[in-house]
Write a protein that binds this ligand. Structure first.
Ligand SMILES: Nc1ncnc2c1ncn2[C@@H]1O[C@H](COP(=O)(O)OP(=O)(O)OP(=O)(O)O)[C@@H](O)[C@H]1O
Ligand SMILES: [Mg+2]
Length: 1014
């Protein structure tokens, strides 16, 4: 704590005190002052201030000047004869007053205005008890409830003031805003967190967010260095609500380890559901924590039975997880206390308190308003240093308005025309407003508005000053607030419908001007103004941005809710925009549902978009929407997805848009290849569509389509090329569309690594992916499938089966097809190893039967693997006729694809069947064709088998050298595959000890050195 003159600077709570009075100073102005005071011994340059106070943003140096002006005004300094801050023109400033170190203070608290509080002893005592418990690490959740103006905020303020004097606390406040409920997810929490972050010294908040709450850290981009942003975005991709909520709880618990945290959430009757999730989680977590969560709300505003706040509070009360402090009206004796505090030593008749109590009904706000009104009207006046009643008590009563509203109406009519006009305008802007926002009418200058507001504030009428604040544009503007929300309401209610909507439009337009593209933090507020201003097109556009904000906070359900609300406004939008707006909204709803994993809902939204395109004669909208359908349908019903994209192709052919047509063609042919079956024609279509796209625009193939194309490259054995294309699909920002690309990229990468025999890398991705999914509370299915696939390849069939069984329990039916299939394949091979041929063949038959195993992503690959399984079964069983039949079928279907692994396996099994048939020449011809595949493709997971078969054939032919040469080749591949695992990876050992592998590695001729073996 630093002291100078009569001032004290409290850097922890970021406030300035003159004696016992807290001086209003905006946060940036405070930071500038603090920096100057801390370096009081020297000149501080403009640049230095900019770097210290705005480390991550570019700010015009003029802004510093503006803040220094504000500081001077507050300190009562003059620039010509400065006692505090001296200006060195064009160089900088120096703090010239002597600075002392002050003892740590006890009276400072964040954001609590000093007001007289009477009564409330019992409630205050309860709060104190809660604080005591929280100091013993028992978390406290408190609801202070009562009617508007009864005194909830006042009680909380008084408590905070005293609490801060008792213990060293971190206090943060979040305000719920009317109308933000469904639109601004986590608004009050983010506001409170923003305050905690402002503490500059020994601030544990940033490290806690970095460590425990990256999903919250990303909400404050200025805290993250540019080079760390990308990694952070990757880390938070696919975040769920559960993760957001858990992380903020963990971070708060961490922050509260040394100094307790008091989190105040005001006016919860306007809360958003996401914030309620945090309240609920904070209340229900068991770990000891020095946290006080203090919430206020008006019960009358949450009377509906299913109101989520009401339900939550009742549940918490039932389980003894919260405390409710309902505030009653003030008593007559409290009013008397109030009078004697406000008018010390006054000579007032004893009946006055009774009269005021009767009229106000004990409502604190009304009581204080009556008293102020009496002073304004001279009913109570100071006479020779003593307050007295200037008329007989009996004559006072008729002058007291019957209700607060009536009183405020009367006060309003007494104001001048320009005061009324500016107040009306301000009442539209909000409880708290910037002068800048109100300056939307050409004949009102900001100076005029500021003067009027300042005057009203000085007279304690309607407004009070709320300091200077920086607007999102970097402009600094004076802020004011209504003395109480009910004051604003009183003014607002007087406006005619026409005037009200006109002003809302003006304010909306003004705020919109603040938001450059990419800075859309005001979107929800702007949407509110435009909606009330009946400017529906603008309202919908802003709601779309607000939905994006919600998605950036990983609050997809809120995002969907906002978009659905926007849909209800579409019928009011300009006729010519309606269809496009509606289509856009459905598309975004579809995207958000995809994020949530709600594929049926996702498909429904895209279908609605397609229908909208058809209805409104917007064929390209319909084409796009039909194309999107493959995303959800690919997971739940591939044939429907393919039908949709095929319709899109037919439609796009006649639109004269070659890019769109090429895109849809690539998508349709690609989807058939991935979800139906491999056809050379379809591959040719994809290839020529890709060329067209690259020729038509420098951007070339869109990301999603590029991922499909990469899969097709991979399916033809071009792993390196595929991996390069897939890399482009790992996104850097959390946009809804990129999740699909990201998932696709991950899925392709894992398969490409698997076929390239890069098992260690593959496992690293799988494990990181599973860990991330678990952190996010997501189903890690894709990683589980890939690990199961890997286990099949390294012959750990039991492991594969067990893994698949963990997902088939949880995965939805459509998603379960892939693990079910892998599990069947694994069981089939396990039974085969045990010599249970009938059982084994049953499992393989089930995979081949479309009634048991409907289509899924790359299902044909698995069906062919089952076909191969059948030939192996009959070969082992000695049923050569069956073995031959199945091997022929397998080869035919393998050769209908371009997949080199299947080709090689097809020739390999042919050779083995020929050998069993003692058709040595046939066997030779077949295996040579298998070896020829190895010449052209690097397919190690199959290569060792082909070499092993060739080696076996040489053995039968008694060509020992050639036999050994082939064995060594097989061994080399096996050793490289095993070596690609981490050295302590159990799978490595299990692979090396599998029978077929041991037959190769273990059948070395005796007497060779270890080096040779390698
Ligand atoms: N106990 C009290 N003693 C004296 N004045 C009080 C007391 N409680 C409230 N007041 C006065 O009444 C005004 C309104 O109170 P306050 O803002 O605390 O109400 P509230 O219950 O928070 O209302 P809302 O529901 O609108 O938020 C305060 O500004 C203060 O002037
Ligand atoms: Mg309040």
């Amino acid at each position: 704590m630093k002291e100078f003159d009569a001032f004290r600077l409290d850097p922890v709570n970021r406030c300035l005190w003159r004696g016992d009075e807290r001086v209003t100073l905006g946060p940036k102005a405070f930071d500038v002052l603090r920096y100057l005071v801390l370096h009081a011994d020297r000149l501080v340059t403009h640049q230095e201030i900019l770097e210290a106070v705005w480390p991550d943003t570019h700010v015009n140096p003029e802004v510093v000047k503006k803040y220094v002006l504000e500081i001077r005004k507050v300190l009562g300094d003059r620039s010509n004869r400065p006692t505090f801050i001296e200006t060195f023109p064009r160089r900088g400033y120096q703090f010239v007053a002597p600075v002392r170190e002050a003892s740590t203070d006890t009276s400072s608290i964040e954001a609590a205005r000093v007001v007289t509080m009477v009564g409330r002893d019992a409630s205050h005592a309860r709060l104190e008890r809660c604080l005591d418990l929280s100091l013993k690490s028992q978390r406290q959740i408190i609801f202070v409830t009562g009617e508007p103006g009864v005194g909830k905020t006042t009680l909380v303020d008084a408590f905070l003031r005293r609490a801060a004097a008792r213990a060293s606390l971190r206090i943060a406040r979040g305000q719920c805003v009317e109308g933000f409920g469904g639109k601004e997810s986590y608004y009050p929490i983010l506001e409170a967190l923003g305050q905690l972050l402002r503490d500059t010294e020994r601030n544990p908040v940033v490290p806690a967010l970095v460590r425990y709450a990256p999903t919250w850290l990303v909400q404050f981009p200025s805290l993250v260095k540019a080079d760390a942003r990308e990694a952070l975005h990757r880390e938070t991709i696919g975040t769920t609500r559960e993760r957001m909520v858990r992380e903020i709880c963990e971070a708060l618990e961490r922050i509260a380890v040394d100094d307790p945290v008091v989190l105040v959430l005001e006016d919860l009757h306007w809360v958003d559901v996401s914030t309620l999730d945090v309240v609920s989680a904070l209340a229900r977590r068991r770990a000891p924590a020095k946290i006080v969560l203090l919430c206020t709300y008006r019960p009358a505003d949450v009377v509906v039975a299913e109101n989520p706040l009401k339900v939550l509070k009742q549940d918490l009360l039932l389980h003894d997880l919260c405390v409710e402090i309902p505030l009653e009206h003030l008593r007559q004796s409290d009013v008397a206390d109030y009078l004697s505090t406000e008018f010390p030593g006054a000579d007032l008749p004893s009946g006055l308190a009774g009269l005021i109590h009767r009229h106000s009904g004990g409502n604190a706000l009304f009581m204080t308003a009556i008293v102020r009104d009496m002073v304004d009207k001279g009913v109570v006046a100071e006479d020779g240093g003593r307050w007295t009643l200037t008329r007989r008590l009996a004559n006072v009563a008729p002058e007291v308005p019957a209700s607060l509203r009536e009183m405020l109406d009367a006060q309003f009519t007494r104001l001048t025309a320009s005061e009324q006009r500016i107040l009306s305008h301000a009442s539209v802007a909000g409880d708290r407003f910037s002068v800048w926002a109100v300056t939307s009418e050409p004949d009102l200058t900001s100076d005029e508005i500021e003067n009027v507001c300042e005057r009203l504030g000085e007279r304690e009428q309607f407004l009070r000053s709320a300091g200077f604040h920086e607007l999102p544009s970097g402009t600094v503007s004076a802020h004011y607030e209504f003395r109480h929300a009910l004051y604003r309401e009183a003014v607002y209610r007087r406006l005619s419908d026409v005037a009200r909507s006109r002003l809302h439009r003006l304010v909306g337009g003004r705020l919109k001007a603040l938001c450059s593209p990419g800075r859309q933090e005001l979107a929800a507020e702007i949407a509110l103004h435009f909606e009330k201003g009946l400017a529906y097109d603008d309202a919908i556009t802003s709601l779309v941005l607000a939905a994006e904000n919600a998605a950036a906070r990983f609050a997809y359900r809120d995002s969907i809710q906002v978009l659905r609300h926007a849909l209800t406004l579409v019928p009011h939008a300009a006729v010519e925009h309606r269809a496009e707006l509606e289509a856009q909204l459905f598309e975004r709803i579809g995207d958000a549902q995809y994020w949530l994993g709600e594929m049926v809902e996702c498909a429904r939204a895209y279908e609605a978009e397609a229908a909208c395109g058809a209805r409104s004669g917007l064929p390209s909208v319909r084409v796009n929407a039909l194309s999107f359908l493959i995303r959800p349908f690919g997971l739940i019903d591939p044939d429907r997805g393919i039908a949709a994209v095929e319709e899109a192709v037919a439609l796009s052919a006649g639109l004269g848009d070659p890019r769109l047509h090429a895109r849809t063609e690539l998508l349709a042919a690609g989807s058939r290849l991935l979800y139906d079956t491999w056809r050379g024609d379809d591959w040719q279509t994809c290839e020529s569509a890709r060329r067209t796209l690259e020729a038509l625009s420098p951007a070339g193939v869109p990301d999603y389509h590029r991922m499909i194309y990469a899969h097709l490259q991979m399916l033809q054995g071009h792993y390196e090329e595929a991996l390069t294309s897939l890399e482009a699909g790992i996104p850097t920002a959390n946009e809804p569309t990129s999740l699909m690309v990201h998932m696709f990229a991950l899925s392709g990468t894992t398969v490409a690594l698997l076929h390239s025999g890069r098992f260690g890398e593959l496992l690293r991705i799988i494990r990181a992916g599973r860990e991330m999914a678990e952190k996010n509370g997501n189903d890690p299915w894709i990683f589980v499938f890939r690990e199961a696939w890997l286990r099949c390849v390294v012959l750990d069939f039991d492991g594969a089966r067990r893994l698949c069984e963990t997902v088939t329990d949880t995965a939805t039916t459509a998603l379960a097809r892939q693990p079910q299939t892998i599990a069947r394949l694994a069981r089939g091979y396990a039974e085969l190893e045990r010599g249970h041929y009938d059982e084994a063949s049953r499992y393989f038959d089930e995979i081949l039967d479309p009634a048991v195993t409907p289509k899924f992503f790359l299902h044909w690959y698995w069906r062919m693997s089952a076909q191969l399984g059948l030939s192996n079964v009959w070969l082992a069983a000695g049923s050569l006729g069956r073995a031959r039949r199945e091997a022929d079928r397998f080869l035919a279907s393998a050769l209908s694809t371009a997949e080199p692994n299947l080709h090689a396996l097809g020739w390999d099994v042919q050779a083995r069947v020929s050998m069993a048939e003692k058709d040595w020449r046939g066997a030779e011809a077949n295996i040579e064709r298998g070896l020829a595949v190895l010449e052209r493709f690097h397919i190690p997971t199959v290569a060792w088998r082909v070499h092993a078969t060739r080696s076996e054939l040489y053995r039968r032919e008694k060509n020992h050298d050639a036999k050994e040469a082939q064995r060594v080749q097989a061994e080399r591949v096996v050793v490289t595959l095993a070596g690609s695992f981490e050295s302590d990876e159990p799978l490595r050992r299990s692979f090396l000890s599998a029978d077929p592998v041991r037959r190769i590695v273990g059948s070395r001729p005796p007497g060779r050195s270890a080096r040779e073996r390698r």
